[in-house]
Ligand binder design. Structure first.
Ligand SMILES: [Zn+2]
Length: 184
């Protein structure tokens, strides 16, 4: 993958690329008030950004538990969805959960808002939506609410309990069933 070209062709990542390449200082906050949140976020982290010998724009990331250091490739818009989808599906088709996908991505890539995109990748995975087991009410109500049109309606519906439990909880003890019986 020709990272330097792809990075330079992205309007915002490309501009940051040029700033780092030229060794220019961080733009004055007053001069970028009209810019996107993404541009502001990247320019505020300029001291962590660098070009590798191959000309790839990276961010230095230190894991605060292991103290391992990583060069995270700054991913342009055009590749973010593909990367999060691929990462979620896993090397062996394992379909990673949020935490593992996040750790895996963090070792290699960065872009502002990346962690939300990791969540969205799992949510839009049709295979996961299909095999996901229904959850009890209370867990369901703690799900983070993601706004925006990227979340397909169907995945919402599939995370809820079957209609019969929603309308009429089982009589015993007033608890929601921990395990919902298989129907097939
Ligand atoms: Zn999946």
């Amino acid at each position: 993958m020709d990272w330097p070209s792809i990075q330079q062709n992205d309007p915002e990542v490309g501009e940051i690329y040029q700033i780092v390449h030229a060794g220019r200082p961080c733009p004055e906050p007053d001069s970028i008030t009209n810019r996107s949140a993404e541009f502001k976020s990247l320019s505020a982290q300029l001291d962590r950004l660098k070009l590798t010998p191959d000309g790839i724009l990276c961010r230095t990331f230190v894991n605060n538990v292991t103290w391992a250091t990583y060069d995270q490739i700054i991913v342009p818009h055009s590749l973010r969805r593909e990367i999060t989808d691929e990462l979620h599906r896993g090397m062996n088709g394992g379909h990673l959960g949020y935490r593992r996908a996040k750790l895996s991505l963090q070792k290699r890539f960065f872009w502002p808002g990346w962690s939300t995109d990791v969540q969205l990748a799992k949510r839009r995975c049709q295979q996961c939506a299909r095999y996901q087991r229904p959850r009890p009410y209370q867990q369901g109500s703690l799900q983070p609410i993601v706004t925006g049109a990227l979340v397909p309606r169907r995945s919402h519906r599939n995370t809820r309990l079957p209609t019969r439990y929603r309308k009429e909880p089982p009589r015993n003890a007033g608890f929601e069933p921990a395990v919902v019986p298989h129907t097939g």
